[in-house]
Design a protein around this ligand. Structure first.
Ligand SMILES: [Zn+2]
Length: 499
């Protein structure tokens, strides 16, 4: 009735609004991905999880996992529906105390429709009862669940959570965790953080683990099996819990000779990266036939094969360096993987220097000299390598070379101030390659665009003159192989996945 008084533009806008029923005007399904161009279906839109409470039971004999996940979240949009990422069978879902309907779609989507639409900015409690046999599930044709003779292990990057708990599976959504797992007496359940308590009843033992700082989903881990557990404390006072499968055979001694140095190495890394950011340390070696290692938060996963050639502290240095570069400060998107791997590799070069087995400069010179200009190594851009090359050796070696070039450009004082300051500036959050460049420019007061372009983004080997101006490979003869090279190269497959 009043429309005739409206100006045409206003009328058009009013009609659009009136065409949508009031209740659905702003309420829509959340996106099935968080918006990562490398992995469009990973994570989800419309909410942010603050805590995962996982109460599980696992039977090693059958690989059956069952339990209840309680997620505390906050909506970031009005939601009529939202997704989680998960592969096991869901029996029931409750949202804010009312039964919700659910369906599966895509490779790993669980679509949940609450009885009532959720308003933006509201607190939501999601309870999911589930069960399944993780080793029977695949997504995109692969599995991240490693069945062992005495149990199973969830550890992989970027995908590990789908096989054992429903999540918003992307590093952008970090949360705290309580992981409680019941296993038969005589079997252990290992996860992140501190072991709060264990209780035994009727032949089953429950392990209650807590990870009390924000943790990315891929950094949450679960290992069930027969482990020998060692405990201690770093000199700086962080409690250390390590776990070794009782089935490591000839690799047992070398694994222990490496991982028992966790406290020492973490304290050493703290001199470069700032105080250790979590209240627990450790590592675990299950009896898997995998080859890689992973920086699962507070307690890295190591494959037995990492120790087949003897002890190797280099892999421990790499995974512990990630506790700062990767875990404390996580990637904003998976294209930012250099923020993790370039620095973890550079920490290995610093360790080589510390051990008197070759300086970072010598290793950088060696990498530059031994990779010919036509080596495909140089076509990978560590600053944005693409999903297929996310864990290419260039992200590691060329990535660390970029840091040596930066160090030579701005000098040791600013360089090491940046290594330490960065972990404080973005502590418990996320950051991108662009954020790092901006921070390096801020601290050094220099414009570093061309240096970052040359070493991280150009798909070709920097020419000799450019390398010389970055103080890389100034000698005309190829440098000798640094003593640490073989041990470092032995960790090149730390992120070689089974898929
Ligand atoms: Zn790594």
């Amino acid at each position: 009735m009043h429309r005739r008084f409206f100006a045409p533009g206003v009328l058009a806008a009013a009609s659009v609004l009136l065409a949508i029923p009031a209740s659905a005007a702003s309420s829509a399904p959340g996106a099935s991905g968080i918006g990562d161009p490398y992995y469009p279906a990973y994570g989800n839109g419309g909410y942010d999880v603050s805590h995962y409470d996982l109460r599980l039971k696992y039977q090693p004999a059958t690989d059956r996992l069952e339990g209840t996940a309680t997620l505390l979240a906050r909506t970031t949009e009005d939601l009529s529906r939202f997704n989680l990422d998960f592969l096991l069978d869901v029996g029931e879902v409750q949202v804010n105390g009312a039964k919700a309907s659910f369906a599966t779609s895509g490779e790993h989507e669980l679509e949940i429709t609450p009885k009532k639409a959720l308003a933006k900015g509201s607190h939501v409690t999601i309870v999911i009862r589930y069960s399944g046999v993780p080793s029977g599930e695949k997504a995109y044709g692969f599995t991240s669940w490693h069945r062992t003779a005495d149990g199973g292990v969830a550890a992989n990057e970027p995908e590990a959570a789908w096989w054992w708990f429903p999540s918003n599976d992307h590093p952008l959504d970090k949360a705290t965790y309580d992981v409680s797992v019941q296993v038969p007496d005589g079997t252990q359940a290992i996860s992140n953080g501190t072991l709060q308590s264990t209780t035994s009843r009727l032949g089953w033992t429950r392990y209650n683990w807590r990870s009390n700082k924000p943790q990315a989903t891929y950094l949450a881990t679960l290992a069930v099996g027969k482990f020998d557990i060692t405990t201690g404390r770093s000199e700086s006072g962080i409690p250390v819990v390590n776990a070794y499968s009782k089935d490591l055979g000839d690799n047992d001694g070398a694994a222990r000779a490496s991982i028992e140095r966790t406290g020492e190495i973490a304290d050493w890394l703290a001199e470069y990266f700032g105080p250790y950011p979590f209240n627990a340390l450790g590592g675990y070696v299950p009896n898997t036939n995998t080859g890689y290692a992973l920086e699962t938060q507070t307690r890295p996963f190591y494959s037995p094969r990492q120790f087949a050639a003897g002890s190797n502290t280099q892999v421990v240095v790499h995974e512990l360096a990630h506790q700062w570069y990767g875990d404390l400060v996580s990637v904003s998107g998976w294209k930012d993987i250099w923020i993790n791997e370039g620095f973890a590799r550079y920490a290995q070069w610093l360790w080589s220097e510390h051990e008197g087995e070759g300086t970072a400069q010598e290793i950088a010179d060696y990498v530059y000299a031994t990779r010919a200009a036509d080596d495909p190594f140089w076509t990978v851009r560590p600053g944005d390598p693409g999903p297929d090359n996310q864990f290419h050796i260039a992200v590691y070696d060329r990535g660390a070379l970029a840091l040596q070039a930066l160090r030579n450009e701005i000098g040791d004082e600013d360089f090491f101030a940046i290594l330490k300051g960065w972990t404080q500036k973005y502590a418990y959050g996320n950051a991108s390659v662009g954020d790092f460049r901006a921070y390096a420019e801020q601290v050094s007061g220099q414009s570093l665009g061309s240096l970052f372009d040359t070493w991280l983004f150009e798909p070709s080997k920097p020419v000799a003159a450019t390398a010389r101006s970055a103080s890389i490979s100034r000698e005309s003869v190829a440098p000798a192989q640094p003593k640490s090279w073989r041990k470092i190269a032995a960790t090149n497959d730390v992120h070689d996945h089974g898929h």
